[in-house]
Ligand binder design. Structure first.
Ligand code: KG4
Ligand code: ZN
Length: 355
């Protein structure tokens, strides 16, 4: 089954074609980072306008990359939420217009479920359940236990800022360019992670909190500025990063150990962080836990993960009536899908072997 997927929930316009949930035939991504950098963050109206300009050329490029034409496509998938509403609408209107025009089924996909399925695209049947997924992006920080395809328990989530958002805000405070995560990661390598002691979030729960950490960095910067010293930016980056990564890593490993979970995966933009990758690799190995880290191109926003998710969870819309869902908790989305009957031209089963 060849699925053409569209992702436009934030600042990446992406189109991909994936065969049977595993074979990546085309992966086109147009990033708007440069466009938004001058504003220090994503400007929703600019994002929507840019999606509109980029989307059709990207679809043409994806079909060309896969050496395919519309008759080769069996279905469409599109990110329905969560995300920026104008940005989501561009993808949804495009996908549903094409579905009508080309007479193809179309499925709305939850963006975070897409991130989870980056693992299945990359590792397929190496993954066993239960799988513990640490989803760390600019918009979300969630620890999710996946029991089977489409079956999740939310173990913990951020009560305030997402971890990527904290990286971006601290970077801005330190005068580093947007997006802040890569800048902090790079500078932290030259700094001392023990130079400053910043708080680790919320002991005794699997939830996360990053606003206290962000404020602690702000107060430290203000204190140093009052003293008239040059800001030790690399030390501040290293100390902040150590605290932020400690917070997500400790909870993930603790939950896995306490619940006998043998496989952990990370996904989302912050999973590019070098400290997180190194420490997770070492500490999980020491506990006999297997770690899956999809390649970075599949961890950050992309449409291939949306196509993979649609393949494993195929449930197309009956009436081309998919509306944008800017705020859409994952567990609610899955329960609603389970309550409705699947409509199936060609339904892959979760146990079906894919190649
Ligand atoms: O998943 P993503 O591409 O977009 C969504 O938010 O959905 O994640 C983007 C986030 C940004 O906050 C960015 O600063 C962060 O991922 N990020 C990093 C690194 N690379 C990207 N954070 C820490 N270290 C990195 N190396
Ligand atoms: Zn994302």
């Amino acid at each position: 089954m060849n699925i053409l997927a569209i992702e436009s929930s934030c600042d990446e316009t992406a189109v991909a074609i994936v065969r049977n949930g595993r074979e990546l035939l085309a992966n086109q991504i147009n990033s708007q980072i440069e466009l938004h950098r001058v504003h220090g963050g994503v400007v929703p109206e600019l994002a929507s306008r840019h999606h509109l300009e980029a989307i059709h050329p990207l679809i043409a490029a994806a079909l060309a990359e896969a050496k395919m034409d519309w008759p080769d496509i069996d279905g469409l998938a599109v990110t329905q939420g969560p995300g920026l509403s104008g940005a989501l609408i561009v993808g949804l209107v495009t996908a549903q217009s094409l579905a009508w025009l080309m007479d193809k089924p179309v499925m709305g996909v939850h963006h975070l479920e897409g991130h989870i399925y980056a693992n299945f695209l990359a590792f397929g049947d190496q993954i066993c359940f239960p799988l513990l997924v640490l989803l760390v992006s600019g918009g979300h920080t969630q620890l999710i236990e996946m029991h089977n395809h489409g079956e999740y328990s939310l173990v913990g989530s951020s009560r305030d800022d997402a971890v990527g958002e904290a990286f971006d805000k601290v970077a801005r405070l330190l005068g580093l360019p947007y997006p802040g995560g890569p800048s902090i990661d790079k500078l932290a390598r030259q700094g001392n992670p023990k130079a400053f002691s910043f708080p680790r979030s919320l002991p005794g729960t699997y939830d996360f909190s990053f606003s206290g950490l962000k404020t602690a960095v702000l107060y430290k910067v203000q204190e140093l500025q009052r003293q008239g010293v040059d800001l030790p930016v690399a030390d501040l980056c290293a100390s902040f990063q150590a605290a932020a990564i400690d917070a997500v890593l400790d909870k993930t490993l603790r939950y896995a150990r306490e619940n006998g979970i043998a496989q952990i995966s990370i996904t989302g933009g912050v999973s590019a962080n070098s400290l997180l990758r190194e420490r997770l690799h070492e500490e999980a190995k020491a506990s006999g836990i297997e770690v899956f880290m999809p390649p970075l191109s599949l961890c950050t926003d992309n449409a291939a993960m949306i196509a993979a998710c649609a393949y494993y969870r195929w449930q197309p819309s009956a009436d081309l009536d998919l509306l944008a869902k800017p705020r859409w908790p994952l567990v609610e989305a899955v329960q609603a899908a389970q309550a409705s009957e699947p409509i199936q031209p060609e339904q892959p089963t979760p146990t079906q072997k894919v190649s």
